[in-house]
Design a protein around this ligand. Structure first.
Ligand SMILES: O=C([C@H](O)CO)[C@H](O)[C@H](O)COP(=O)(O)O
Length: 183
C-alpha cells in the first residue's frame, strides 16, 4: 500500500509540474472579475468541481454548480468553468454552446486542448494527465481517469490559494464563518 501511495504522489507531481499554470492564473483573474462563477463537470471531474465551488463560496465568490436545483440561469457577465478530461462529454459540450449563446465566458480544464469543448472556450487550462480514454495507452497504476480527477482537484485548490494570496483578502475566521453550520 505504501508503495502504491508513493507512486500516486509521483504521478501527480509529474502531471502538475506540466500543468498550464500561466492559464490557471488567468482563470483566477477571471474568477475575480466576473459577476458569478458556474461550474460544470460529470462524474469524478464533477466532484472535483463541486469541491472547488464550495471553496469559492468560502472565500467570498458567488459560485453555482450546474445541475443543482437552486442554480440560476447564466448570463453575459458570468463565467462557466467546465472540468472535462476528454473535453468531449456531450452534456458539457451542450452547456458550452448554451453559455456561448448568452456571451458568458467559458474556461475549460482538460487534457485535450484540441477538443469540441476547447473550441467553444475562451480559456483552456491543460492538465497533462491520463483520462479514462487514454488509460490503456499511458502509464499509471490508477484506473480510468483517476489521475486527471485528482490533478484537477489539486490544480483547483492551487487556484483557491492563489486567489487568497493575491486577489481576495479573506482571513481564516471569515472562511470559518461561511462554512455551513447545518452539520
Ligand atoms: O467520472 C469520470 C472519471 O474519469 C471516470 O474515472 C469522468 O470524470 C466522467 O466520465 C466525465 O468525463 P470527462 O468529461 O472526460 O472528464
Amino acid at each position: 500500500m505504501k508503495e502504491h501511495l508513493s507512486t500516486i504522489l509521483k504521478e501527480l507531481e509529474s502531471v502538475l509540474s506540466g500543468a498550464d499554470t500561466y492559464s490557471a492564473e488567468k482563470l483566477a483573474e477571471k474568477i475575480n472579475r466576473v459577476d458569478r462563477v458556474f461550474i460544470a463537470g460529470n462524474g469524478r471531474s464533477g466532484l472535483a468541481g463541486k469541491m472547488f465551488a464550495m471553496r469559492l463560496m468560502h472565500i467570498g465568490y458567488k459560485a453555482y454548480v450546474v445541475g443543482e436545483t437552486i442554480t440560476p440561469s447564466i448570463s453575459g457577465d458570468d463565467l462557466l468553468i467546465i472540468i472535462s478530461g476528454s473535453g468531449k462529454t456531450q452534456t458539457l459540450a451542450h452547456f458550452a454552446k448554451k453559455a456561448n449563446e448568452v456571451n458568458s465566458e467559458i474556461a475549460l480544464l482538460t487534457t485535450n486542448t484540441d477538443s469540441p469543448i476547447a473550441s467553444e472556450s475562451d480559456l483552456v487550462i491543460e492538465v497533462p494527465a491520463v483520462t479514462k480514454a487514454t488509460a490503456h495507452e499511458r502509464a499509471t497504476i490508477q484506473p480510468l481517469g483517476s489521475q486527471f480527477d485528482q490533478s484537477a482537484h489539486l490544480l483547483l485548490d492551487g487556484i483557491i490559494v492563489y486567489l487568497l494570496e493575491h486577489l481576495t483578502k479573506e482571513d481564516h475566521e471569515a472562511l470559518q464563518k461561511k462554512h455551513t453550520n447545518l452539520e
